[in-house]
Design a protein around this ligand. Structure first.
Ligand code: ADP
Ligand code: MG
Length: 707
């Protein structure tokens, strides 16, 4: 690809020096030393090859096409204005701090340009008599109208105004806009344009050409639809978004294909263990559980790795499905590993699943970071020798010193809490050449656009039915100044034999503070309810202590459990039927839904009290209202999405997030669908286009997605 070969870096960085940006004050001279420096700075922004510059698209545009008279500008406090005039006075003031104040006048009046950081060269440039054109936000200061830190340039009386919008680029320290503009314009001139998409695709999808799009975005023509350009709805933007989404689809699908090309142990047998396990279940599987189990069983029989996401609302019964999948792996002579995001949850899985499987002769092992060295070594030995057929634990499972004898299946619970990378690491634990099958579980539903983009390479099974006999949870939203009533209610519930969770507020800034609050709340409740047994669990307890408290709660030796968000996921104590969440307004909706899912697990009617501290803003009210109205995780996620946008579903942990620069998953769903369809077509029929497009858009970033 000659057009996109790395260009000489010195060539790309040629400041034109005509436009001086006051905020940097650098008057770039064309000495070789400075050029080197500029190219290094540009490289720091990821700008090396010509194509990098072409795709460094404006963040916004400024309208410099008009000049206001100073009198007119003075009436527009708070908005961006551009004026032109002659410097009539200049002075360096020293109070309250050193600053340069330049007075400019035109026929209609005068105003001040105020610079808090300035260079000696600027004092010379802005000498009395100079013609200057300046842009900035108009403010009214002590001495009248002023522009603080304006962008300016020296002009002749007849220097023409730009006829089109001026692009503003994301830049770094010491990289003036003028430098970027020049470097981009050089790259545009040097490029031998080639569209990665043939004309027939463009016609079919009604897309603008690549060259025309790039030119429009960097140099908007005077008659461009300014609104569409600023709002990124112009066809030129659409083309960029489409290209980006197409690259993402191609890349995900290629990763999926290459994964499929790798072998996995075929584990088709549904044998003795699976059958005995099913016979011994204390309940019958729901139709939805049967359905997903069938899908998983079929996948496990294949000789390429399963990558399946098991979605089901909180309490829908994913654990048993996972355990049955593990049984199938064991029936085939392989080991299975189950990884959970918190120690409490891992512990609970371990006890539950071990209680199911150990009587059937399956040796299990338990591994978390907090085990003592000796215990750890014992567990590792069991795993390595293959004696332990099922291994349960936290991310300690993916550490280097853990080696499996014959790992066939990896189960990841609450997968959205893990990074993609961690998921990957565990899959590398298999034997030479073979990749274990993977089943990921999540109660957090993935919005459709996300499923089509970041998760495009996963198969999805959905449990869309709750086990029978559950009564829906009633949710109440309550001001925290009614705390006494709430405590009274807990008292009554406890006397009826019910168990209660009291969830302490999330304090994001400080774990210590969160801990303190939990301890105080516990003391307060213990005092208010002297005849009730209360317990406290939080993240800082030693594992044995944690286990003791959870155990006491499970066996109803503790009736009121004060907890931090450590109980957020997975904890299963069916007799608990009342939950109080303090400062509910601080939690995310999916988190509230998860927490609330700790009750309503048995036959008793359950209640969740969301306590808030007023006054609540409009959005906070709406959010708590959603929780009151719905117990359906998918519905809550959908409405949460309306309020927040999809970005937050990914969270910082999903490294794929950084991949989309231009497309917006919320507003560009239709483009996602088109990109997906074209990706399918290209992969089957036009691999040359696939390579060219990925090369242009992914460069080395594709590694990112290969997970
Ligand atoms: P989640 O999908 O949230 O992980 P769990 O697997 O923890 O849900 O299951 C929630 C509760 O429902 C557990 O107590 C579990 O034993 C029970 N359960 C699961 N499947 C069924 C079923 N088919 N019938 C009755 N109870 C079930
Ligand atoms: Mg679960």
């Amino acid at each position: 690809m000659a057009a996109e070969a790395p260009s000489n870096p010195e060539q790309t960085a040629q400041p034109d020096g005509a436009d001086t940006t006051a905020s940097t004050g650098k008057n770039a001279k064309k000495t070789p030393a400075k050029q080197m420096k500029a190219s290094e700075k540009l490289a720091k922004l990821g700008l090396r090859k010509d194509m990098d510059f072409l795709l460094h698209l404006p963040m916004r545009y400024e309208d410099e096409t008009q000049i206001l008279s100073i009198a007119e500008a003075s009436l527009r406090g708070g908005s961006q204005v551009q004026i032109q005039g002659i410097v009539t006075h200049q002075e360096v003031q020293y109070r309250p701090r050193r600053q340069l104040v330049v007075t400019v006048s035109d026929d209609s009046g005068e105003l001040h340009l105020r610079f808090l950081n300035f260079y000696g060269s600027q004092t010379k440039q802005l000498a009395t008599g100079a013609h200057v054109r300046a842009r900035g936000e108009l403010r009214h200061g002590f001495f009248g109208a002023e522009l603080v830190h304006p962008t300016y340039k020296l002009v002749q009386d007849d220097t023409p105004l730009p006829s089109a919008l001026t692009p503003v680029y994301h830049s770094g320290e010491g990289v003036p806009q003028a430098l970027l503009r020049k470097a981009i314009s050089n790259a545009i001139q040097r490029t031998h344009w080639r569209d990665t998409l043939a004309p027939r695709y463009l016609t079919q999808l009604n897309l603008m050409g690549f060259e025309a799009s790039i030119r429009t975005l960097h140099n908007p023509p005077p008659d461009v639809d300014q609104y569409a350009l600023s709002e990124r709805e112009h066809p030129a933007w659409t083309r960029m978004k489409f290209d980006e989404l197409l690259a993402q689809q191609l890349s995900l699908k290629r990763a999926q294909k290459s994964r499929r090309a790798k072998g996995a142990p075929a584990m088709p047998l549904v044998g003795e263990l699976s059958n005995a396990f099913l016979l011994n279940l204390p309940f019958t599987l729901t139709g939805a559980q049967e359905k997903v189990l069938k899908e998983i069983r079929a996948d496990l029989g294949q000789s390429y790795p399963m990558q399946r996401l098991l979605q089901g609302d909180v309490g829908s019964g994913k654990t048993i499905v996972a355990a049955l999948a593990a049984a199938q792996a064991i029936d085939n002579g392989y080991q299975a590993a189950l990884m959970a995001p918190t120690e409490i949850l891992a512990e609970q899985h371990f006890r539950k699943i071990a209680a199911w499987l150990e009587p059937l002769g399956v040796r299990t092992a338990w591994l978390t970071g907090s085990l003592r060295k000796k215990e750890k070594e014992q567990a590792q030995a069991l795993i390595q020798s293959g004696e332990a057929r099922l291994v349960i634990g936290t991310h300690a499972l993916i550490q280097d010193n853990v080696q499996f004898q014959k790992l066939g299946l990896v189960l990841v619970d609450e997968q959205h809490r893990f990074g993609v990378g961690q998921r990957l690491d565990l899959s590398h634990k298999a034997q030479a050449g073979l990749i274990p099958h993977q089943l990921m579980m999540s109660a957090t539903p993935i919005p459709r656009t996300l499923a089509m983009t970041y998760y495009a390479d996963l198969e999805v099974s959905v449990i869309d039915e709750l086990p029978p006999g559950r009564t829906p949870i009633v949710t109440r939203v309550i001001d925290q100044n009614r705390r006494d009533e709430v405590i009274e209610r807990i008292h009554a519930a406890a006397h009826e034999g019910k168990q209660v969770y009291w969830v302490c507020p999330l304090i994001e800034e400080s774990e210590t503070l969160q801990l303190q609050t939990a301890t105080e709340t516990h003391a307060m409740l213990a005092e208010a309810l002297p005849d009730i047994r209360t317990g406290l669990v939080h993240g800082r307890l030693k594992p044995a202590e944690k286990q003791q408290v959870m155990d006491d709660f499970l066996h109803n030796r503790v009736q009121v459990l004060v907890a931090t968000t450590v109980i957020e996921v997975g904890v299963d104590v069916p007799n608990a039927s009342l939950m109080v969440i303090e400062h509910a307004e601080r939690f995310g909706l999916s988190q509230l839904h998860q927490l609330r899912g700790r009750v309503g697990r048995g036959a008793a009617a359950s209640v969740c009290l969301l306590m808030y501290q007023g006054p609540l803003g409009q959005v906070a009210k709406q959010r708590l209202g959603i929780m009151r109205e719905s117990t359906d995780g998918f519905e809550i996620a959908r409405r949460d999405l309306e309020l927040r946008g999809p970005g937050e579903f990914l969270g910082a942990r999903q490294s794929g997030e950084a991949m989309l620069k231009f497309a917006n998953l919320e507003t560009d769903q239709w483009l996602v669908e088109q990109a997906r369809d074209l990706a399918d077509y290209l992969l089957r029929n036009d691999t040359a286009t696939v390579s060219a497009h990925l090369e242009r858009w992914m460069g080395n970033k594709e590694e990112y997605l290969r997970v």
